[in-house]
Design a protein around this ligand. Structure first.
Ligand SMILES: Nc1nc(=O)c2c([nH]1)NC[C@@H]1CN(c3ccc(C(=O)N[C@@H](CCC(=O)O)C(=O)O)cc3)C=[N+]21
Length: 295
């Protein structure tokens, strides 16, 4: 047996097709959706992610506005750029690319984003709405990676209700909000949130119907940890040097041999990454639709 591939590229492409119709409708109502990105410094990985977001926007008809600051930017410079993005009419939503270079307080910067323009769903108000909205009724942006994970499971008809989800990693962008999302009414999973101090990780993962690994430890999750037929999602990204090609390549948190045991497996690359990007576009469209309704 080999696992069914949770194809993030194909699923993201279907979502982008659906968004294109909503974007056309917004434009005919006079609202042009625009995504701003704020990038500080010259980390090559961050640069390439930001470039990808602008390509995605162009593909679906979202304008994009790029603000790049040098690594020498002070916190005052970053604050000014955030204030400008908050007031720019053409920016209907934006993100601060994380991580910020050392020396900036990320949480303090996230808190300065206008919650109505928070395309990543990482402003404390929106994270708070995620906590409050246990019934899913709050019209607020969700963090993109958790939203993408639930969306791809839904589209592949992987049952979540009453199932045991083990999340590996408690980070701000994935693990922590994902636990909140999976336990919402209507999704109704049972969640174990594990982290670096978890005593017997293998034993926890063995109980899971759905495993999400988001820690950035290459091939941490081994095949003998997986309940046969479980759905396994690989979120971690580590850049490693490939001896064979001499180039850099991406490695996930899941040992490839897991494919022989799992029922569903998200490849990495090609799984959760493209879904994350599609959910960002979805948040931008949702914010533009809210703006239209509020006028
Ligand atoms: N404010 C903020 N929001 C984010 O959402 C955010 C962030 N900061 N900082 C960095 C992480 C990482 N992240 C990825 C999104 C898509 C891919 C993606 O699409 N990856 C491709 C491969 C790309 C490649 O080959 O380099 C794939 O998985 O197929 C990867 C990584 C979003 N992040």
């Amino acid at each position: 047996m080999t696992a069914i591939t949770l194809d993030g590229v194909a699923t993201a492409s279907a979502i982008k097709g659906e968004l294109a119709d909503r974007i056309a409708a917004l434009r005919s109502d006079g609202v042009v959706p625009g995504l701003g990105t704020l990038l500080v410094g010259d980390d090559p990985g961050s640069r390439s992610y930001v470039a990808g977001k602008h390509r995605d926007c162009a593909e679906v008809g979202i304008e994009s506005i790029r603000v790049d600051l040098p690594s020498s930017a002070t916190t005052a410079d970053v604050k000014r750029a955030i204030a400008d993005l908050n007031s720019a009419r053409e920016v209907t939503g934006y993100i601060i690319q994380l991580p910020l270079p050392a020396g900036h307080n990320e949480n303090a910067m996230l808190e300065l984003i206008d919650p109505a323009k928070d395309a990543d769903g990482l402003h404390p108000t929106n994270l708070g709405r995620l906590v409050l909205g246990v019934d899913g009724a709050m019209d607020s942006p969700l963090p993109c990676t958790p939203a993408g994970i639930v969306e791809i499971l839904r589209r592949y008809d992987v049952p979540m209700q009453g199932r045991h989800v083990v999340v590996v990693g408690r980070g701000l962008t994935v693990g922590r909000p994902l636990g909140l999302l999976f336990t919402r009414k209507g999704i109704d999973a049972t969640v174990t949130l594990t982290h670096s101090r978890t005593v017997d990780l293998a034993a926890e993962v063995r109980r899971a119907d759905i495993v999400v690994a988001a820690v950035g430890v290459p091939h941490l999750i081994k095949p003998d940890w997986i309940k046969p037929g479980a759905a396994v999602l690989d979120v971690g990204i580590t850049r490693v040097h490939d001896e064979e090609t001499g180039k850099g390549k991406l490695t996930g948190d899941i040992d490839p041999a897991v494919a022989a045991v799992a029922g569903h497996l998200s490849p990495n690359p090609g799984g959760v990454g493209p879904m994350t990007r599609a959910m960002l576009l979805s948040n931008v469209v949702q914010a533009a639709e809210r703006r239209l309704r509020s006028h």
